[in-house]
Design a protein around this ligand. Sequence first.
Ligand SMILES: NC(=O)c1ccc[n+]([C@@H]2O[C@H](COP(=O)([O-])OP(=O)(O)OC[C@H]3O[C@@H](n4cnc5c(N)ncnc54)[C@H](OP(=O)(O)O)[C@@H]3O)[C@@H](O)[C@H]2O)c1
Length: 379
Amino acid sequence: MSWTIHDIGDLHGRVALVTGANTGIGRATAEALAAHGTTVVLACRDLAKAERTAAAIRMSGAARQHRDKTKPDPVWRGRDARTTLNEREDLASATRRGRDARASLSHGQYLATTTRRGRDARTRLNEGEATTMGEVVPLHIDLASLRSVRAAAERFRDRFDRLDLLINNAGVMVPPYTITEDGFELQIGVNHLGHFALTGLLLDRLIETEGSRVVTVSSVGHRRGVIDFADLHSRRRYEPLTAYNQSKLANLLFAFALDRRLRGTTTRSLAAHPGAARTELMRHSPWHFRFVVSRRTRWLFSWLIQDEDRAALPTLRAATDPGATDYFGPSGWREFTGTRAVPARPHPKSRDLEVQERLWAESERLTGVTFDAKRGAPR
Ligand SMILES: NC(=O)c1ccc[n+]([C@@H]2O[C@H](COP(=O)([O-])OP(=O)(O)OC[C@H]3O[C@@H](n4cnc5c(N)ncnc54)[C@H](OP(=O)(O)O)[C@@H]3O)[C@@H](O)[C@H]2O)c1
């Protein structure tokens, strides 16, 4: 079944927690969910950055709703759409928690330019039209610290009595060799073990929430991943990309193993990957990688790398499509880019039950978090 971002229905009343939401794909995901009415918790390690992102999302989310309502044709139908927003005079005021949010765009500051059926269509919005978006709430979490993950889960539980969407998105790629305060190599620690612990600590909230979902963000790199149980933390030899690929395979093994454990509840665990996206993930990569993902070389590499809004589509589909299968990625060449989010091909090793269970047991041992999926209502 084909799915577009316009199939995301009204999400008012839902609560989502997105890790690593201050930038990149996490931010784009949070913004889209908030624009559809979800209360979105931005779980980030730099609270000041998260506060700034929350303020920006409140503004741009309202503006985006405005644009989507008036855009004549969606970008995802394989046509090119370009939108420019003059933010200088963009005024948005919102009252949240079920109250009205109003985006007031005056004097034609807002100009959406869309190429449609070979023609240019231009829409100019004048005085504002009422629109609603969800609350955006920053929350501190450092996924490299189990202490911080526990504290974040506690703070979330104190404030929210439901969790509809847990988006395990935050990630770090090819950093210099680092051991976390818990003794984990940074990539397996943040990308997998931190999310494993967070999910376990919030599982009862998820199970109590009818139809909730966990979406874990993996990568095409999982195909080259191997779980090295003898040296999970690369103590003998650290090869940064090998450790990254291991962590991304761990994401998929976890997502599928969790879904199996959740049978008998209304909660599901799914996975997604963004293809190749122009984000800050490559900050530790060699210069030629950074050259390829740079916004300045966008015109040269758009066939290979996509912007974060498009890269967030697979996550959004996994989170919101009622008929979702268990793994989504971009529709294009080698799943690198794509105008649509479609079922993706996980490597068969991610379905290996023995490896899934071994990793699960090791993750419980290392984090001290055990899962009790038996408490939910029947699915
Ligand atoms: N970009 C791609 O081409 C690509 C391809 C395949 C998969 N992915 C996956 O997509 C996900 C999002 O990555 P992205 O491309 O959007 O990269 P990004 O722009 O670098 O965003 C990563 C986010 O994770 C956060 N983060 C890193 N370490 C953290 C920690 N210890 N605790 C809490 N948050 C932490 C970062 O926070 P700070 O800003 O504070 O550092 C940032 O918000 C990752 O799981 C990545 O593996 C990306």
